[in-house]
Design a binder for this molecule. Structure first.
Ligand SMILES: [Mn+2]
Length: 388
């Protein structure tokens, strides 16, 4: 709210300053007075123009305005611009990359780089290839030879070089821009030409939506709008987690541009095996002090996805504030934890040697069997509750 009132105040304050300035100049002489009137008018119009160009976007973040300007300058002096996300790219990574790519491609020599073998956003990649025939998605090996000293790399949805989709590309490009919404890690990349990191943003797609608005693009096209909305929906778990007014402002803009939520829902669809596994896990749930605990004894390719999804699903149970799902992994046990934020699952996982965030965390314990892991987990939960 505070930035909202600031945004509205900006043109008004400018009006007052200009009026005072004009009156003062008139006392100095008529000609100067008229120049002052013209100057003030321009300034006020500019302020309102700026205000309007981003209206609908709830908060005008002046850092983002500055960042966008800097980005434009960098783009102009670059030979080739590579846009890349993180390893095992998801809808947010690919969606934001494509959103930015489609905004820039008419003016600049941009290349979209995604590791197509190792992506979790296969449905989106297929959708982009199918609906945008002009869009080429490159693997690193295909663009390797085009890198030169004036190349610019824009990395989205991560700020850690170790999890960038192609670290080889990062290592070779001298000019770097980072756009991310994750909380700053210790091993963040500091050799950037420009960066925009905002942990209160829901997703990289939300940030990119703002950037393309600030670049003056009013109609991003149905494919880009859908790609961008898919990332927002993924990272907010369909507008539940980490949202603020900006998230809905961005979503509203994308929907105005015909982003297709049904198509996105289809991108989230899972195989029947994963689905079955997920509900098997959910059906075995036990409750402990408003915490849901479930487990699976199987360990196959579907389990990893099903475990995470089951943990999300368990938060839908009446009264449940945190959910934990255990699954075996060789001679260890993995635990996925989720919460709405009232219970800090990161702290609970940290007791077991794991980590993550307040709402999403995990750990791996070296115990031979599930019973032992279950006991340790229950102990950690109860200790955490006692200490709160
Ligand atoms: Mn993301």
């Amino acid at each position: 709210m505070k930035s909202f009132s600031l945004k509205a105040l900006f043109p008004i304050i400018l009006c007052i300053i200009c009026t005072v300035f004009t009156v003062y100049m008139f006392t100095a002489g008529t000609v100067l007075g008229f120049i002052a009137v013209a100057f003030s008018l321009c300034l006020v119009l500019w302020a309102f123009g700026l205000y309007r160009s981003v209206s609908g976007m709830v908060n005008v973040d002046y850092k983002l305005i500055r960042f966008t300007k800097k980005l434009k300058k960098l783009l102009k002096t670059s030979s080739t611009v590579y846009i890349m996300g993180h390893k095992f790219s998801d809808l947010d990574s690919v969606g934001s990359s494509y959103g930015l790519y489609s905004a820039l491609r008419d003016k600049y020599n941009v290349k979209l780089v995604v590791n197509k073998q190792n992506t979790l956003a296969r449905p989106l990649v297929d959708f982009l290839r199918f609906s945008d025939k002009d869009c080429e998605i490159f693997d690193y090996s295909e663009i390797e030879d085009t890198v030169d000293e004036n190349s610019l790399l824009i990395v989205l949805d991560t700020h850690r070089n170790v999890i960038m989709d192609y670290q080889e590309l990062y290592d070779r490009v001298a000019r770097l821009v980072i756009i991310d919404h994750h909380r700053k890690a210790d091993d963040f990349v500091d050799r950037t030409q420009a960066k925009y990191m905002k942990s209160s943003a829901s997703s990289a797609c939300e940030i990119v939506t703002f950037i393309i608005r600030l670049m003056g693009i009013r109609k991003p096209g149905i494919v880009a709008a859908t790609a961008l909305l898919s990332g927002i929906m993924l990272d907010t778990k369909n507008f539940v987690m980490n949202t603020n007014a900006n998230t809905f402002g961005a979503a509203s803009f994308l929907r105005q541009n015909r982003a297709d939520p049904v198509l996105i829902k289809k991108m989230f669809s899972e195989s029947v095996e994963v689905c079955k596994r997920k509900y098997e896990i959910v059906s075995g749930v036990e409750l402990l002090d408003n915490c849901a605990i479930a487990r699976t004894e199987t360990n196959d390719q579907f389990t990893r996805i099903a475990t995470a999804q089951a943990a999300d699903e368990l938060l839908g149970i009446n009264g449940v504030v945190a959910a934990f799902v255990m699954c075996p992994s060789d001679d260890k046990v993995n635990i996925s934890a989720r919460s709405f934020g009232d219970v800090d699952v990161q702290k609970i996982m940290a007791r077991l040697g794991g980590g993550g965030h307040k709402t999403v965390a995990a750990c791996q314990i070296s115990v031979p069997d599930m019973e032992r892991a279950d006991a340790l987990l229950r102990k950690a939960i109860q200790e955490h509750i006692k200490e709160r």
